[in-house]
Design a protein around this ligand. Structure first.
Ligand code: DC
Length: 233
């Protein structure tokens, strides 16, 4: 980890983009390298989805989701080397990655009451991060933290994204490349077309196409952009 002097001002970095662009790996590594906190907002949307499923809420019924949206207690640990997520005190890190949650998370996260609750939680966590934070998601630069010091929008071709995601799933759940690609495209389309804070690039975000880049190259690129921002202050 680079030495971060106590005199360095806090910095807020928003990293958005569709699935399979290397957002999580990049965000965690950048936060660890720069001594910042880290927040995975997708994990929070997955956590509330998991709670809805466990509590018998019909995830095709936006009104039922809306009236339950305030109930679960979701807590995120922001150490980039060991991030955590819990729901009502129970560790949710494993269960939120199941196929069932993945297939329902877009519908749950499209409900405005869910977004309002998660956005409030995310802003509170970002404000409490003394040295600064890297927050990853879909609407961080546009809605959650529009005043972030640096906004990154990661992209990659659908083929590259499907190949990466399918590599991550290997050994966990059987999923062919074509099925993964189709599921990714479907989820991105749902996330991009919803009415409330869709997946979108902020006007002042720096777009980084990761298709031809290694993870280390993407990390280096974002670390350099953060350091340039700090130097320009
Ligand atoms: O990053 P992920 O694949 O774990 O995110 C899961 C889902 O959560 C994603 O399909 C859309 C939703 N999400 C969102 O709506 N807004 C965010 N800021 C982060 C994730």
């Amino acid at each position: 980890m680079r030495k971060v002097s106590d005199t360095v001002e806090s910095v807020i970095v928003a990293i958005d983009g569709p699935s399979g662009t290397g957002k999580s790996s990049t965000s965690k590594a950048v936060a660890a390298e720069l001594g910042l906190s880290y927040l995975d907002t997708g994990a929070q949307y997955r956590a509330i989805t998991w709670w809805m499923i466990n509590n018998g809420i019909d995830t095709d019924d936006p009104a039922a989701i809306a009236s339950a949206a305030g109930k679960p207690v979701i807590e995120s640990g922001t150490n980039p080397l060991a991030p955590t997520i819990s729901v009502d005190g129970a560790d949710a890190a494993g269960p939120i990655r199941t196929q069932e949650v993945t297939s329902k998370v877009s519908a749950v996260s499209a409900v405005p009451e869910v977004r309002a609750r998660m956005t409030g939680l995310q802003r509170t966590i970002a404000a409490a991060a003394e040295k600064g934070i890297v927050v990853e998601g879909r609407d961080i630069g546009t809605t959650v933290l529009p005043d972030a010091d640096l906004k990154i929008f990661l992209t990659a071709s659908a083929e590259a994204r499907a190949a990466r995601r399918s590599g991550e799933l290997k050994g966990k759940e059987a999923s062919g490349l074509d099925a993964t690609r189709e599921a990714l495209i479907k989820r991105d389309a749902a996330d991009s077309s919803r009415k409330t804070s869709p997946l979108a690039k902020a006007g002042d975000a720096v777009e980084v196409d990761t298709t031809e880049l290694t993870l280390s190259q993407v990390i280096e690129c974002v670390v350099t952009l953060v350091e340039e921002k700090r130097a320009a202050r």
